[in-house]
Design a protein around this ligand. Structure first.
Ligand code: 9MR
Length: 600
C-alpha cells in the first residue's frame, strides 16, 4: 500500500484501516486530487450539492479539494426560486455560486426547465400560449441574466422526453413542442457565452429515447437553435452499463458537433454491499470515466453527490434501498474503491504516478473471468460422474456425448452432474422453492434440464411478454467466445420457459432476449414436487455453430422466477457474478459452461 506524504492536514484525524487488497481503502491521501488529475486530462470532474451539505466540514472540504465543477443539486430549480410570478429568492443559489467561485470551480447550472420542479403557480395556472411564452422568457432571462458570465454551463431543459416521445408537461400543454427551442433561445439571449445543454436520463446509450434526443438535436442545429451539448445523467446500476453503446451515442452526438457530459453519475445496487460489490462499482466508475476520456467531445464527469450519506437514492420510494452507497465517498467521508479507480485512470492517462499499484488496480478491474480462471483443476468426487464437479456459481462441466430424449423422464440424465440453486436476489422468508439443473450435449444438440421444487405452482397470469413475472425457468447462452461481452448481440440468448407450458404442450410459451434464435424444443411436465423442464437447442443454427470440444467454453447462466401471489416474489440465480439480477441486460455476468468429453 502506498501512502504518500500529505500536503494538507485533515481534521479530524483519519484512521488508517487495514482492508483486503481488493478494496484499497485508506485514509484520504491528499497528495493528489481528482480535480488536479482531471485538469491534466482537460476534463471537468464535478459534484452536486445542497447548501446544507456545505455546513458539514468534511463535505465542504472534499468538494473544494476534489472537484473543479460544481452543480447545485436542487436549489437552482424554478420551484425552489419562485413562489409567485416575478418573485424570486436567490439566497441558496447565491450561496452555492459563491462557494463554487471561492473554490475556483466551474458552475454547471441545473436546471432552468424541469417538469418535476415547476412552481405551483405555473403548474396550476391557466395560461394562453403567449402568456406562457412570456413566463418562460421572464424566468430564463431572470435566472441566466443574474449569473451572466458566472455560470459556464446550463442544463436548459431537463427530462423533456418520456421514452421516445415528448413528456406531457405544463409547458408542452401551454405552449406546444417549441417550448424547448424557445428555452434555448431565451437562455442564449440572456448569456451568449453560456454553453447550453439538454439533459436527460435513460438516453446515455443507443436506444429509442436517445434516438429521439439525437433527432431533436439534429433538427435544432439545422435551424440554428443554440444547443451546444447533451447532458447524460448516468444514474446507473452496478453491472448494468453498456459502455460500448454509450460510446456510440457520444460519437454520433460528436459528429453533430455537440459536447457531451455525464451530469449526474451514481451507481446503485440492490441489497447490502460487500467488498466484491464495491469492487464492481469501482470497475463501473472506471469504465464510465474511460468512456468519457475516450470520447473527444466528453467534457465533464459530474457525480450526483459527495458522500453516500446524502445520496438522493436513499430517499426515493421507487428504489427501496435506504442504505445504498452509490457515490465515491462513504458515510464517514472515506474514499471508496471507486474513488481510487477514477484517480488511477486519470493519473495513468495524464502520465503521472497513480495512487494505486499495478496490482491494486488489476484487482479492481478483475472480472468474473479472472475469478473463474483461479478455481483450480477440475475434480470428480464421484468416479461414475460423466464430468467434473461443478464450481459453484462459476463453472458447469457439461459432458458429451450424452444423448437425451425430451420426455420429462430424467433417467437419461443419470451421472450427469447436477447443481442445486436456492439463492438469488429475491428469496422470501421460509422459501421452499429451489431447482436442480444439468446440461449435456450429443452430436446435434445442447440439452438443458431443470428440476424445480415448488409446492405452489402459479401460472397462467401473464402473457409470454411478461413470462418472468410468474413461475418460469430461464437459461442463457453466450456462444460468441467473448465472455466479457456486456451487451446482447448475435449469438447471445436468454431463454425463458414458462411453467404454464405444463398446461398447453402444443402452444409453446417462451420469452427472453433473442430467444427465437435458439430454435428451442422442450417439454414441461408437472411432478410430485414441482415441475421439470427438458430443453434442447441445435448445435448449429443460423446464428451459431457450437462444437462440443473437450474444455471448449460457452457463457452460461440460469435463473428461476417464482410467484406465490400475483407477481414475481422469488428470483433464484446460479452465476455468482450476477448479484443484481442483470443477466437479461449484461451477458458478462454469466458463468461458464465447459464441455467435457465423457471418455476422459
Ligand atoms: O438529487 C435531487 C434531490 O435532492 C431532489 O430532492 C430531487 C427533487 O425531485 O431532485 C434530485 O435531482 C434530480 C435531478 O435534478 C434531475 N435528474 C434526476 C435527479 C434525481 O431525482
Amino acid at each position: 500500500m502506498i501512502i504518500k506524504a500529505a500536503k494538507l492536514l485533515i481534521i479530524p484525524l483519519l484512521i488508517l484501516s487495514l482492508l483486503p487488497t481488493l478494496t484499497p481503502a485508506r485514509a484520504q491521501d491528499t497528495s493528489f486530487s481528482l480535480r488536479e488529475l482531471a485538469e491534466q486530462n482537460d476534463l471537468y470532474v464535478g459534484a452536486a450539492a445542497w447548501t446544507h451539505h456545505l455546513n458539514n466540514a468534511s463535505h465542504h472540504e472534499i468538494l473544494a479539494r476534489e472537484f473543479n465543477m460544481f452543480t447545485p443539486e436542487h436549489e437552482a430549480k424554478f420551484c425552489m426560486l419562485s413562489t409567485a410570478r416575478g418573485e424570486y429568492d436567490f439566497t441558496q443559489f447565491d450561496q452555492l455560486v459563491e462557494f463554487a467561485e471561492e473554490n475556483d470551480m466551474v458552475i454547471h447550472g441545473h436546471t432552468l426547465i424541469w417538469h418535476s420542479c415547476s412552481p405551483d403557480w405555473v403548474e396550476s395556472g391557466d395560461f394562453s400560449r403567449d402568456e406562457a411564452i412570456e413566463i418562460l422568457r421572464e424566468h430564463i432571462t431572470t435566472v441566466v441574466g443574474r449569473y451572466k458570465g458566472r455560470i459556464a454551463y446550463w442544463d436548459v431543459v431537463n427530462e423533456a422526453f418520456d421514452g421516445a416521445r415528448l413528456r406531457d408537461t405544463a409547458w408542452l400543454r401551454f405552449i406546444g413542442e417549441d417550448y424547448i427551442e424557445m428555452a434555448f433561445q431565451f437562455a442564449h439571449e440572456a448569456d451568449p457565452d453560456a454553453i447550453l445543454l439538454y439533459n436527460d436520463f435513460g438516453a446515455e446509450g443507443m436506444n429509442a429515447k436517445s434516438d429521439a434526443v439525437y433527432a431533436m438535436a439534429q433538427d435544432f442545429l439545422e435551424r440554428d437553435i443554440p444547443l451546444h451539448g447533451i447532458g447524460m445523467q448516468a444514474h446507473f446500476d452496478v453491472g448494468a452499463i453498456n459502455f460500448g453503446s454509450v460510446a456510440d451515442n457520444m460519437a454520433r452526438l460528436g459528429e453533430l458537433g455537440l459536447e457531451v457530459q455525464f451530469t449526474e453519475v451514481d451507481i446503485k445496487y440492490l441489497g447490502e454491499a460487500d467488498d466484491e460489490l464495491f469492487r464492481r462499482q469501482a470497475q463501473d466508475y472506471y469504465h464510465l470515466m474511460e468512456t468519457c476520456l475516450d470520447a473527444d467531445n466528453c467534457t465533464a464527469f459530474v457525480i450526483w453527490g459527495v458522500s453516500d450519506k446524502f445520496s438522493w437514492l436513499r430517499t426515493v420510494s421507487f428504489f427501496d434501498n435506504p442504505t445504498v452507497k452509490p457515490l465515491l465517498f462513504d458515510e464517514d467521508y472515506q474514499p471508496k474503491p471507486a474513488y481510487y479507480a477514477l484517480a488511477d485512470l486519470l493519473a495513468r492517462r495524464a502520465g503521472v504516478e497513480s495512487p494505486l499499484t499495478d496490482d491494486e488496480i488489476a484487482a479492481i478491474l478483475a472480472g468474473p473471468e479472472a475469478a473463474a480462471a483461479d478455481v483450480g483443476a477440475p475434480t470428480k468426487t464421484d468416479p461414475a460422474q460423466l464430468a467434473p464437479d461443478p464450481v459453484p456459481g462459476l463453472i458447469y462441466y457439461a459432458p458429451f456425448d450424452v444423448p437425451i430424449t425430451l420426455d420429462g423422464d430424467l433417467g437419461d440424465w443419470e451421472n450427469v452432474p447436477r447443481v442445486t440453486v436456492d439463492s438469488g436476489t429475491t428469496v422470501p422468508d421460509g422459501n421452499d422453492t429451489s431447482f436442480e439443473f444439468a446440461l449435456a450435449a450429443d452430436g446435434t444438440h445442447l440439452y438443458y434440464m431443470a428440476n424445480v421444487t415448488d409446492s405452489n405452482l402459479v401460472y397462467g397470469l401473464y402473457e409470454p411478454g411478461e413470462w418472468y413475472r410468474e413461475d418460469s425457468i430461464e437459461f442463457y447462452l453466450n456462444t460468441t467466445g467473448d465472455l466479457g461481452a456486456s451487451s446482447y448481440g448475435s449469438g447471445i440468448v436468454q431463454i425463458g420457459i414458462m411453467a404454464a407450458n405444463i398446461a398447453q404442450p402444443d402452444a409453446p410459451l417462451v420469452g427472453g432476449n433473442s430467444s427465437a434464435d435458439a430454435q428451442l424444443e422442450f417439454v414441461a411436465v408437472e411432478t410430485d414436487t414441482g415441475y421439470v423442464i427438458e430443453a434442447a437447442v441445435p448445435l448449429t443454427t443460423g446464428v451459431w455453430e457450437i462444437v462440443p470440444e473437450h474444455l471448449g467454453v460457452l457463457g452460461f447462466q440460469t435463473h428461476l422466477n417464482g410467484t406465490s401471489g400475483t407477481d414475481r416474489d422469488t428470483k433464484l440465480i446460479w452465476s455468482a457474478a450476477d448479484t443484481q439480477d442483470q443477466s437479461w441486460n449484461n451477458p458478462s455476468l454469466f458463468g461458464q459452461l465447459i464441455f467435457w468429453d465423457k471418455a476422459q
